[in-house]
Design a protein around this ligand. Sequence first.
Ligand SMILES: NC(=O)c1ccc[n+]([C@@H]2O[C@H](COP(=O)([O-])OP(=O)(O)OC[C@H]3O[C@@H](n4cnc5c(N)ncnc54)[C@H](OP(=O)(O)O)[C@@H]3O)[C@@H](O)[C@H]2O)c1
Length: 353
Amino acid sequence: VGIIGTGLIGKEFLSLLHEQLLFLRKERNIDLRILGITNSKKMLLSDKEVDLPHWEEQLEKSEAADLEKFTQHLLTSQFPHTLLVDMTASSEVPKHYTRWLSQGMSIITPNKKANTGSMDQYKEIRQIARKKNKYFLYSTNVGAGLPVIQTLRDLLQTGDHFIQIEGIFSGTLSYIFNNYSSEKAFSQVVKEARLLGYTEPDPRDDLSGMDVARKLVILARELGWELELSQVKLESLVPEALRTGSAEDYLRRLPEFDLQMSALVQSAEKNNEVLRYVGTINEAGQASVCLQKYPKTHAFARINGSDNIVAFRTKRYDKQSLVIQGPGAGPAVTAAGVFADILRYATYLGALP
Ligand SMILES: NC(=O)c1ccc[n+]([C@@H]2O[C@H](COP(=O)([O-])OP(=O)(O)OC[C@H]3O[C@@H](n4cnc5c(N)ncnc54)[C@H](OP(=O)(O)O)[C@@H]3O)[C@@H](O)[C@H]2O)c1
């Protein structure tokens, strides 16, 4: 296994793997060897196995990162199966996926960029993986550790008929709207969310809604639609006047727009409703991301913290939707989801479940 990306998720994953490695070898006969770890600056290579408890110090002292050399190292190892785990948010790394698959490596990733790039690239990845009998797994692309993509696949492949998928797909925006009311300024809630580490360093990366739009594209493509990111109807929560400039400028000027948001929340509260930022794809082939009002009794109004919630309406689950809810972001649940994909991959290769 080669690990690309040692940020929040990569670090957590390596520590989780270290805890579970003995158990996997003893109880499941799965012998996972990390033969390389790289980030954008440094890479650590090992012929037998990276010393997991000390990977950080060793990576620090190791050679300059070089993805070509990194993958060659994995390919020339004596082990029977080669897996790359891309834990970056990079658009550059996925450009190599088709080549890596055709060289005989499987790929597992929480990175959404490959699945939301051009439809041609999306199809090519799958064609090559199939032709080469390799795997491309990305269950954490939507809902992190929650079983969103797998559930949709199970429904479709068992012949259910899709009607609508509706959900709160952003942990950050979930937190913001779970804490926003007429008693607080919107700008204040955004600042608090940033201080608590719920937002990206530049909160506009979350509030633009682009991440939610990417998740809708991924689900729509699972449905077989040829949807491009530009076709998602997207309501950005970043005021037009604040879309350029630094994150600091944005946060400083955001209070100028508090009145606009407070008019919306007040009108919702008057009708016993709340505001939620929701992504929807429907039978008519439309995908949209926008701010909506829901009655306080609705499942979307009763979520906590940074929960995600996804409601699948299908022919089988028509009167009552199939609902998946829980933390949909964060290092622990995302790293565990990536790990679960690796164990699924081992099972496909013949490990007993
Ligand atoms: N955070 C979550 O809750 C969550 C949930 C679901 C999915 N995800 C996805 O998981 C992925 C990782 O997220 P994260 O929060 O761990 O990100 P992060 O903390 O920003 O870490 C990204 C890592 O990728 C490395 N990297 C970037 N470009 C690279 C390149 N060209 N070659 C090699 N390494 C490169 C960075 O290297 P340096 O260390 O050298 O900068 C860094 O180690 C993202 O795609 C994200 O969307 C995250």
